[in-house]
Design a protein around this ligand. Structure first.
Ligand SMILES: NC(=O)c1ccc[n+]([C@@H]2O[C@H](COP(=O)([O-])OP(=O)(O)OC[C@H]3O[C@@H](n4cnc5c(N)ncnc54)[C@H](OP(=O)(O)O)[C@@H]3O)[C@@H](O)[C@H]2O)c1
Length: 349
């Protein structure tokens, strides 16, 4: 079965994603943009047969089976729901939404309409990550007790750029922090406690943040992310019988090794020849459509909701508020946590 893809949005990631996936044989049949001219230019560049001058026209295209949402996070819920209501499967860029409450609405709508919805957390679909999950499940490092990971990039400083604009869900957490947070939840499960500290820009978004999570059984993680500085971006999973060290850049195909509990290298891997990763997530998504098994897999929608709840809670502690948060910070956060089964930390007097 060939899945016919439509794309919503013609910005940076849409270009990278469509370029990579076209090279891997994925079929794109239509693109939708807020402007006809952008849709036409994108369609011409990537040899896509149909261009639509609105997102509504794209989702109404009867030849589109699945929609890839590549707009700013602030639009993700609205654009995903548009596609779901039109009966399309939908792959939504990270961060999946702005809040856990929005994520819950999107996941529930997809369930009701019996379509696949998945967060495009492409890193989880790399063969390297599949191998790491298998090594952990085989007990090669014992019980994971601690995960550490960073995501630092030196990104545009223009306060009007979407990365800095609260109206568009700007800030480090939703763009960069979501990678290490998703990694932690993948390895250790949903945390029972989240403690965050961060720095805000003049616009009120987080320019950098550190989070410590605690999990059932006492395992912990420490993640840090920033919009303003570049570091190597490495990750480690430390177990009670060894550890896995992933070199720079840990969330892309790279080199990595397994060490015993004394630190000696016991296995070494080089995954750099893998594809960038977008095609892996697309193939996994298409397999879910074909099998009729619309949930589970490497990026289960319930985990996506839980990851959004962790980010809601970290934002609440640091003081990053978006319009989508609505109401009082405490009330909104408590709703999101209960939606994802995350316990609220005690209120600070
Ligand atoms: N997976 C990855 O590796 C990766 C990498 C980068 C970004 N992302 C994610 O992809 C999403 C888009 O990021 P991007 O860097 O591609 O952003 P971008 O370059 O600004 O493009 C976003 C596109 O969304 C559409 N859009 C709709 N409403 C908009 C608004 N109010 N302001 C600006 N654009 C609007 C525009 O397309 P039209 O004008 O055609 O409607 C625009 O070109 C974000 O959620 C981001 O986190 C993922």
């Amino acid at each position: 079965m060939t899945v016919r893809w439509g794309v919503i949005g013609t910005g940076g990631i849409a270009r990278s994603f469509v370029g990579d996936c076209t090279a891997a044989g994925v079929e794109f049949v239509a693109v939708g943009s807020r402007t006809r001219a952008s849709a036409d230019a994108f369609a011409a560049e990537f040899d896509i047969p149909r261009a639509h001058g609105s997102y509504a026209d794209l989702v109404a295209d009867p030849d589109v089976d699945a929609v890839y949402v590549a707009t700013p996070h602030s639009r993700h819920a609205e654009d995903a729901l548009l596609a779901i209501d039109a009966g399309k499967h939908v792959l939504v860029e990270k961060a999946f939404t702005i809040t856990a409450e929005q994520a819950r609405r999107v996941v529930d709508a997809a369930r009701r309409e019996d379509v696949v919805v998945m967060e495009a957390m492409w890193t989880r679909f790399l063969p390297q990550m599949t191998m790491i999950r298998e090594l952990i499940a085989e007990g090669r490092i014992g019980r994971p007790r601690f995960v550490e990971a960073t995501h630092h990039q030196a990104l545009p400083t223009d306060p009007h750029h979407r990365l800095r604009d609260p109206e568009l869900g700007g800030g480090a957490i939703l763009d960069l922090g979501v990678y290490p947070i998703s990694f932690v939840v993948d390895v250790l499960g949903v945390p029972t406690d989240v403690v965050a500290a961060g720095t805000l820009s003049a616009e009120g978004v987080d320019t950098q943040m550190g989070i410590v999570t605690t999990h059932d059984g006492g395992a912990q993680s420490m993640v840090h992310f920033s919009l303003d500085v570049r570091t190597p971006n490495t990750a480690s999973i430390i177990g009670d019988d060894g550890r896995i060290d992933i070199d720079a850049t840990w969330y892309t195909p790279t080199t990595w090794r397994v060490r015993d509990r004394d630190g000696a290298v016991v296995e070494e891997y080089d995954s750099r020849e893998e594809l960038t990763g977008y095609a892996h997530e697309v193939r996994a998504f298409e397999a879910m459509i074909a099998s009729g098994d619309h949930e589970g897999g490497a990026m289960d929608p319930e985990q996506t909701v839980a990851i959004m709840a962790v980010m809601d809670e970290a934002r609440r502690q640091v003081g990053v508020r978006y319009a989508a948060d609505g109401g009082s910070a405490d009330g909104e956060s408590a709703d999101a946590e209960s939606a994802a089964g995350l316990e609220a930390p005690p209120a600070v007097p």
